[in-house]
Design a protein. Structure first.
Length: 221
């Protein structure tokens, strides 16, 4: 099972994003958090900025939409060139239709759940998804502590993916660092969002490599 590290630029220097993107050259994708101050109590970037990030980034863009009404807005992020577009189960009205629209626009379709959301009902249509994101903190702000209570949800998602026989990525986001990446990997995660741990390091690219190595080692435990 391949390990993917997807640094979040939420903690990057937005005044020089070209340089900040170059600092994570060892990563697999760049994670862009889109927040609308409605679904979550924070406001970040919208579609025009994401379009520019897609154009400037040497890495594929993994867009995480923490927004109200993703049914209306999410397909545009796929059309803008994002490699992966994640919408929240709690916000989507027609998640199956939305996942199909994202895929039709050329992106991987991903479904995210908050730490306290029951993932079970959404596993019934795992064939419509390319990735599941289990939030390991409450979405909205970077720098939070990993919630170990989410580990059973990660494990349940891994079992469902294994039973499906499909190549569905399992992403975790929130509090991922050298201290927590191994336990998330042992629970079944294979794709890791790390923001402050990467951009708070002296050498972000080296930190990405360190996280990858820890996750790979944990898979062998």
């Amino acid at each position: 099972m391949a390990i993917r590290i997807t640094p979040s630029i939420l903690n990057a220097d937005f005044a020089d994003l070209t340089r900040e993107l170059a600092r994570i050259e060892s990563a697999d994708l760049v994670h862009v958090d889109v927040m609308d101050n409605h679904f979550v109590p924070n406001l970040t970037v919208g579609l025009p900025v994401v379009e520019r990030i897609v154009a400037a980034s040497p890495l594929p863009v993994d867009a995480h939409l923490m927004i109200a009404d993703p049914d209306r807005w999410a397909p545009a992020y796929a059309e803008a060139g994002c490699a992966s577009v994640t919408f929240h189960a709690e916000a989507a009205v027609a998640p199956i239709r939305l996942a199909r629209e994202i895929r039709s626009a050329g992106a991987r379709a991903a479904l995210a759940v908050r730490p306290t959301t029951d993932l079970t009902p959404y596993l019934d249509y795992i064939d419509e998804l390319d990735m599941i994101l289990v939030m390991t903190v409450e979405p909205g702000f970077g720098g939070q502590k990993f919630l170990p209570q989410t580990l059973p949800t990660i494990a349940a998602a891994r079992r469902a993916i294994a039973e499906s026989g499909r190549d569905v990525w399992l992403q975790v986001d929130g509090g991922i660092s050298r201290d927590t990446v191994a336990e998330a990997a042992r629970a079944g995660a294979d794709t890791f969002v790390a923001g402050s741990a990467v951009y708070g390091a002296d050498d972000p690219a080296a930190e990405v490599t360190a996280l990858r190595e820890l996750a790979e080692a944990a898979q062998q435990d």
